[in-house]
Structures are given as C-alpha cells and as structure tokens.
Design a protein around this ligand. Structure first.
Ligand code: KG4
Ligand code: ZN
Length: 326
C-alpha cells in the first residue's frame, strides 16, 4: 500500500511516500524558517503563504523521488491538526483535491500521534500499551498510548510548550531562532549548576508549566547582564531544570501504569542532553526510552504517511468535508 503523506501544520511544507507504514520511499521538506528568523518566531501568514506557493512542487518532488507517478498512490493522508489554522488548510485543501481527482481514500492524521509514530518506525518497536511523550514547539504532552489512534492524555503544559520556552530563552539571550538546537549546543560548554532555576511539575500532577522559568531567566539576565561564559551557564542551567522535570514526570507516568516503555517524539526529542538523561535515568528503573531518528524529530510527512497506513487498516477514512482542527 503506497500512502502519500502531507504535513503543513507549522512552518514545514512536507510530503512523503511511505509503503505499508514503514518503508520510506521519499521525504521532502521545504521549510519557511529563514523568513521567520528575523521575527524570532513563526509568523502564521508567512508560513501559510509558503505552503500555498510550494505544496504542489513538494508533492511532485516526493513522487519523483520515490520513482512514482500520481496514479500509483493508493491513499492520501494529511495532518488535520493541531497546528496553525491557515497552514493546516493549505495542506488539507491540497490533499482533498488530490483525493477527489484521483478517487482515492483520504485520511486525517493527528500531528501529535504522528510525532509518537515516528519513534515506532524502527525494527524493534515496543508493544502497546506504553507512555507517549510529545515535546515540541507547540506541545508538552504525556499520554497513555493503547493503540496507534488510542491516546489518553495524562499530562499537558498549562502555559508554554517546552520548545517555545527554549525559543524564548534563546531570544532573551540574543542567540537566534530556533533556540532549541542552539541552547543544546551551548549548554555542553556551560555549568548546569551555575544558576538555581526552578521548574517543577504542577502540584504533584503530570502537568507542566514553563512560563515561570522563562521569566526567571529574563530577570536573572536583567540583574546580572551576560558575557560569553554566563550565556553558556544560563543555557545549561535552564536546560537542566526543564529537562529534569520532563524526565521525572515521564518516568513517573511509566511507573504509575506499570509499563516499561517511554516513546518520545517532537522537535525537542532531538536534544542530546535529554536523550542522555532519560536513557540513563530510565535504565536504572528498568524503563526503555525510544526516540525517533534525528531526521524524524521535527515536522515531516513520513510520520503522517506512516501512521496513515494503520488508520487506513482500521477503516478510518474521512469524507471530503473535513476541515482543520487548529
Ligand atoms: O516538532 P517541531 O518541529 O514543531 C512543532 O510541532 O512544534 O518542534 C520545533 C521545536 C522548536 O521549539 C525548536 O527550538 C525545538 O523543537 N528543538 C529543540 C532541538 N531541536 C529542535 N529543542 C531542544 N533541543 C534541540 N536539539
Ligand atoms: Zn510537530
């Protein structure tokens, strides 16, 4: 079964062809990141315009790269949400038009479930149930995952997402955008114990809050200023505090449900310190952490086409009147 996946929830225009949910025949991503950099964050209208202007080219490049023509596609899977409404509509309109013209089934994919699925595209995926953790620019969510499409939310961020906190802290430190990869790199040269930033789970629940630590970084830098070394120390201390709470809540969730696997996805799952921390802390408690390959951490259409296969097998086709769920 050849599935064409389309992803346009944020600033990446992506298309991919995946065979039977796991063989990746092509993956094309055209990012509008360079146009957002000077604003320090994604501007929805710019992202949407980029999708509208590029989606046809990206789709045809993905078919060409897979050595296929449009007539070879069996099913079309598209991200329905969550994401920026205009951005999502660009991908959904394209997917609907193609499904109608080609007379093939259409599937609506949840972006967060797709991020978790990216970690299952490996030779030895864990069995259901497991705990899923999505850490991205828009979400910080822990779920009990009973099946490809069966997620029970256990914990969420009450304010900023973790990736957003990384991006805002990088902006305060004048490091550029997106902040996650820059802080990841700088933190390696800083002292994570230099500054005592606090970041706790909310009232002992599995929920998260990251707006307080962002403000703490702002006040700290206002009071102390920053030089080359102190930026590295702030980056390392901020990162250690936020990742510790994400790791603690995630392992707590796995133990609460007496499970053994934690499956992680989203842009922040590329973070080198988090990979090291959760792998080590998990191992001491008999818990295995699963990460996507680095190329599948940030937004892509492989995870959409891949999850689409399992939705199709379950008979989850949707009609052409679906719309975005922002
Ligand atoms: O999943 P993603 O590409 O888009 C959303 O669905 O939000 O995630 C983007 C987020 C950005 O906030 C970016 O700063 C963060 O992922 N990110 C990282 C790293 N690479 C990307 N955060 C921490 N460490 C990284 N290495
Ligand atoms: Zn994402």
């Amino acid at each position: 079964m050849l599935i064409l996946g389309i992803e346009t929830s944020c600033d990446e225009t992506a298309a991919s062809v995946v065979k039977n949910g796991k063989d990746v025949l092509s993956s094309i991503v055209s990012s509008s990141l360079r146009y957002h950099k000077r604003f320090g964050g994604v501007i929805p209208e710019i992202a949407t315009r980029h999708h509208v202007e590029n989606i046809d080219k990206v789709v045809f490049r993905s078919l060409k790269s897979a050595g296929l023509t449009i007539r070879d596609i069996d099913v079309i899977a598209v991200t329905q949400g969550p994401g920026l409404v205009g951005a999502l509509l660009a991908g959904i309109s394209c997917a609907k038009s193609m499904a109608y013209a080609l007379d093939v089934p259409l599937l609506a994919v949840d972006h967060l479930k797709a991020h978790v699925y990216a970690s299952l595209m490996r030779r030895d995926p864990p069995c259901f149930p497991f705990i899923g953790l999505v850490i991205s620019g828009g979400h910080t969510r822990l779920s009990l995952v009973n099946g490809f499409d069966d997620f029970v939310i256990l914990g969420d961020t009450l304010d900023d997402a973790i990736g957003e906190a990384y991006d805002k802290v990088a902006k305060i430190l004048k490091l550029g955008y997106p902040g996650g990869p820059i802080i990841d790199r700088l933190a390696k040269k800083g002292n994570p114990e230099a500054i005592k930033f606090t970041c706790r789970s909310v009232n002992g629940t599995l929920d998260f809050s990251f707006s307080g630590i962002k403000t703490a970084v702002l006040y700290h830098t206002r009071a102390k200023g920053f030089c080359r070394q102190s930026v590295k120390d702030v980056a390392a201390s901020f990162q250690e505090a936020v990742l510790k709470v994400v790791a603690a809540n995630s392992l707590k969730a796995v133990e609460k449900y007496r499970l053994k696997a934690l499956v992680i996805g989203g842009g922040v799952s590329a973070n080198s310190r988090f990979r090291e921390m959760i792998t080590k802390d998990g191992a001491t408690r008999g818990i295995k952490a699963y990460f996507p390959s680095i190329g599948l951490c940030s937004d892509n259409a492989v995870m959409v086409a891949g999850l689409g296969y399992h939705l199709y097998k379950k008979g989850c086709n949707v009609s052409l009147d679906i719309t975005a769920v922002p």
